[in-house]
Ligand binder design. Structure first.
Ligand code: 5GP
Length: 198
């Protein structure tokens, strides 16, 4: 757990119905760059032993976090794009991602130019809920013949299946804060290992 992040979620996170946690005052609408800088540093610390030459995320909310993190790894960022039209030219890898927050399915694509078999990828995203976004990103990376060295998530929602799905795939997944449950009536947010400081 990253205590600074946990404290900020407790202070500014807002519980919405449908098990949605709003963190748009500091993470994915207005962005607190000082906090995100610490997040980037923490991902570097956690994955210091990994050989990583590319960070992959999905638009839109993963991009800022991925870019700041990439400065600690000195690697480029590639973000999967949500595409309106199916690309039939064969110059992209594509998959489908069902959005937890928007309840719709997107085609997401990455140009074949920007992922190749030599790539050792760190996947970064803001949230892990049902795991659909991550499964899609893993598919894009593996389709390219590249390897997923690790996955860094800012907030994992422990009450949803995604974390288990991804860990069962044998992936190295590090979540900076895991929210186990939320009480919409009282506004309380309960974290896994909340008292454990690293
Ligand atoms: P998944 O595909 O794991 O179900 O959901 C991951 C994506 O849904 C994330 O990229 C994030 O944008 C969005 N998401 C899932 N749960 C939440 C939530 O509680 N709050 C917010 N703000 N976004 C969420």
């Amino acid at each position: 757990m990253m205590q600074m992040l946990v404290d900020r979620i407790k202070k500014d996170g807002v519980i919405k119905h449908g098990n949605v946690l709003k963190v748009d005052s500091f993470l994915n609408h207005q962005m607190d760059i000082e906090l995100i800088n610490e997040i980037g540093k923490e991902f570097k610390r956690l994955f210091a032993d990994c050989e990583i030459n590319k960070i992959v995320t999905v638009e839109a909310s993963g991009i800022g976090i991925a870019c700041i993190t990439a400065q600690y790894f000195n690697v480029p960022v590639v973000f999967a794009k949500k595409s309106q039209s199916i690309n039939i030219d064969g110059d992209v890898y594509s998959t489908q991602i069902e959005s937890f927050t928007h309840k719709r399915t997107y085609d997401v694509i990455v140009s074949k130019k920007f992922l190749n078999p030599n790539d050792k990828v760190l996947i970064i995203d803001d949230f892990l809920a049902n795991g659909c976004a991550l499964v899609g990103l893993i598919e894009l990376v593996t389709c390219a013949g590249a390897s997923v060295e690790g996955i860094g998530i800012v907030i994992e929602k422990g009450s949803q299946a995604g974390g288990e799905v991804i860990r069962e795939m044998g992936m190295r997944l590090e979540s900076l804060a895991i929210v186990d449950s939320m009480n919409a009536a009282t506004g309380e947010i309960f974290f896994r290992d909340a008292d454990k400081k690293e």
